[in-house]
Design a protein. Structure first.
Length: 301
């Protein structure tokens, strides 16, 4: 074989010991595979927290947009009803609508004037659409509303957002009530508020992330600090509490205020009691934080 023939054989990959043939058959070693797998694991561990954070941020943004829409609906309702905001509760809880077993007591999310302002279909007693809104209008992080409180009509907004009802019937003589009444009327169960009588509306909480339809300051610190007050409401004593659901530490909440603006707030900006286990309907006053008046009491300066 001449030198020229040998070179041709190398180019064609001929011969048992040909370098070209060896290059084609070469595979990763076990060590190399383990290195690649290790790099992939490291990249996933770095990216997953960032992806989770991005998802939480997107959910919070969508939720805030929902609350902003609720604030705009309140503005329209106030305009349509001569300055009166949607009542948290209206109608008694004894009588029922004709041909149904549905009580005549109407919660804010079943008020058809308010539903119309939100662009939602009317509530029809007995139809199953009470409190039901399209799932896109429910906070994405409200897990019980989205996973359990759903039917063909939608998800239950009462497990997603709540209305500050401090002015309803938790004081002996409400300052906000039916024009003809001076005191709470249990026979009609109506108490409302005129928007013009809310003092410092830019600081007063109107609607917020919640696990209940109505909110009270004495339960503003209960979320994940009192047993049972979490993202699953299944007890009768779990009432009137906000949900700080917009962070991994349960310390961020979306709020729309009485002037219509919405923002994400820290837990310390909303909590109205120091020790949630010592809180009661009216206090005690020594257990209150400045947020009790500044954020929750609509008549307080």
């Amino acid at each position: 074989m001449t030198q020229n023939d040998y070179r041709k054989g190398l180019k064609a990959g001929s011969g048992h010991g040909s370098p070209a043939r060896y290059a084609v058959r070469r595979a990763f070693t076990l060590v190399e595979l383990l290195v690649v797998i290790g790099i992939i694991v490291v990249l996933i561990s770095v990216l997953l927290p960032s992806l989770a954070k991005a998802r939480r941020s997107a959910n919070a943004t969508k939720c805030l947009a929902n609350l902003r829409s609720i604030g705009l609906a309140q503005v329209q309702y106030v305009s349509d009803w001569r300055g009166w905001a949607v009542p948290p509760i209206q109608g008694n809880n004894n009588d029922v609508w004709p041909d149904t077993t549905t009580k005549k007591r109407t919660v804010w999310f079943n008020n058809n004037g308010f539903r119309s302002a939100l662009g939602m279909p009317d509530w029809v007693p007995g139809s199953g659409n009470g409190g039901r809104f399209p799932e896109g209008f429910i906070c994405p992080d409200a897990s019980q509303a989205n996973d359990e409180q759903t039917n063909r009509q939608g998800a239950h907004i009462g497990f997603s957002y709540g209305y500050n009802a401090r002015h309803v019937n938790y004081v002996g003589t409400p300052i906000f009530t039916q024009p003809a009444d001076k005191t709470w009327n249990a026979a009609t169960e109506f108490a409302g508020v005129k928007a013009t009588r809310v003092r410092n509306p830019a600081e007063k909480l109107m609607f917020a992330d919640a696990m209940t339809p109505h909110l009270q300051p004495q339960h503003s610190a209960h979320y994940f600090r009192v047993d049972g007050f979490d993202e699953r409401r299944d007890g009768e004593d779990e009432t009137a509490f906000v949900a700080y659901r917009h962070s991994g530490r349960n310390d961020r909440i979306n709020v729309v205020f009485w002037d219509g603006h919405a923002e994400t707030k820290d837990r310390g900006d909303v909590e109205a009691v120091k020790d949630p286990n010592a809180a009661s309907t009216h206090g005690p006053v020594a257990n209150r934080t400045p947020n009790w008046d500044r954020v929750w009491e609509l008549s307080a300066p």
